[in-house]
Design a protein around this ligand. Structure first.
Ligand code: KMH
Ligand code: ZN
Length: 308
């Protein structure tokens, strides 16, 4: 069996600080949590930045620069920076940080979609910051924009221009076909990393049939040219990534995707979620990929070829 890449998505832009005291917000918190996740076995760290005071998502590369050097001096994990940012940001804002930082990897979202965060309003009513409630409720009427032109721009400027490779985020079957379109046009070359995402409101639902269907279609479209990874939102995280790993997939965990460790128990750190999936993989006799093995599988440019 090939080794399993564990990605940890450390903070994201879905959850807000009032939802968990353990969500990393400041540069020091993000660095500490990311380093802990890498030490626990994550070989890819998917990173967003947040305003240090308010905890709101920010595209500011100067904020990224406050935590990236700490992470890369303390771990050899692959740094993967979001180009999704948050649905409230423009495309130019979303790619400004990655273009300046030129990381080994970035996320690349493969289609425009609804991205409903507002159901969380039913579960929380005390907000630490003024931006949180409107940010969540505004998702009723917000489109997470990723047009063909946006995707092409990112592939050209960041991919071709900076040697960055991508975590292709596919939230529905159509996104796999969008990816195939860019492969056919020669803008994406093997080996590519396909992140299939289940349970986002606006994307494909968290049913196991969907997991197997996405796998079948990806196999049909891409054959041996891709590495498959799985993430699922909220309480579906562990069961989906485990099922995915059993079926030959890599896994993504982290507080961006799920705040909990088990039913009713908040995860106190990203490392706790990484350790948990590490134990499950171990019980399944699946080996965890090191950062060096991950770089080789995904043909990355190497940690010395970044700009931070
Ligand atoms: N929040 C995840 C469902 C991005 O950063 O580009 C998808 C994500 C988006 O990670
Ligand atoms: Zn993200």
């Amino acid at each position: 069996m090939p080794k399993v890449i564990i990605t940890c998505a450390v903070t994201g832009a879905i959850h807000t600080p009032s939802m968990s005291p353990h969500l990393p917000v400041t540069p020091d918190q993000i660095a500490e949590s990311a380093v802990g996740a890498a030490k626990a076995g994550a070989s890819i760290l998917h990173l967003h930045a947040r305003d240090p005071q308010e905890g709101s998502p920010t595209p500011d590369s100067e904020i990224f620069r406050r935590f990236l050097p700490t992470i890369s001096s303390q771990t050899d994990a692959v740094i993967n920076i979001t180009t999704g940012g948050a649905a409230t940001m423009s495309i130019e804002e979303r790619i400004s940080g990655p273009l300046s930082l030129q990381p080994e990897m970035c996320s690349l979202n493969m289609g425009s979609m609804n991205f409903g965060l507002y159901p969380a309003l039913d579960r929380f009513d005390q907000w630490q910051h003024e931006w949180e409630e409107p940010y969540l409720s505004g998702s009723r009427d917000r489109i997470f924009r990723n047009t063909f032109s946006d995707i092409e721009t990112i592939l050209e400027r960041l991919g071709k221009g900076c040697g960055t490779r991508f975590e292709y985020e596919c939230y529905d079957v159509g996104h796999l076909y969008n990816l195939a379109h860019f492969v056919d046009r020669g803008l994406i070359e093997a080996p590519f990393f396909v992140q299939t995402i289940f349970g986002v409101l606006g994307g494909i639902g968290p049913d196991t049939e969907n997991l197997l269907h996405m796998r079948r279609i990806a196999n049909k479209l891409f054959g041996d040219d891709y590495q498959w990874s799985i993430l699922a939102a909220g309480r579906h995280q562990t069961s989906f990534v485990t099922t995915g790993a059993i079926n030959g997939g890599h896994v993504r965990v982290g507080l961006e995707d799920n705040l909990y460790l088990s039913r009713g128990q908040l995860a106190e750190s990203n490392a706790a979620q990484v350790s948990k999936i590490g134990r499950i993989l171990n019980e399944l006799s699946l080996e965890i990929a090191t950062p060096a093995e991950t770089r080789e599988m995904l043909a990355l440019k190497g940690a010395s070829n970044v700009n931070f």
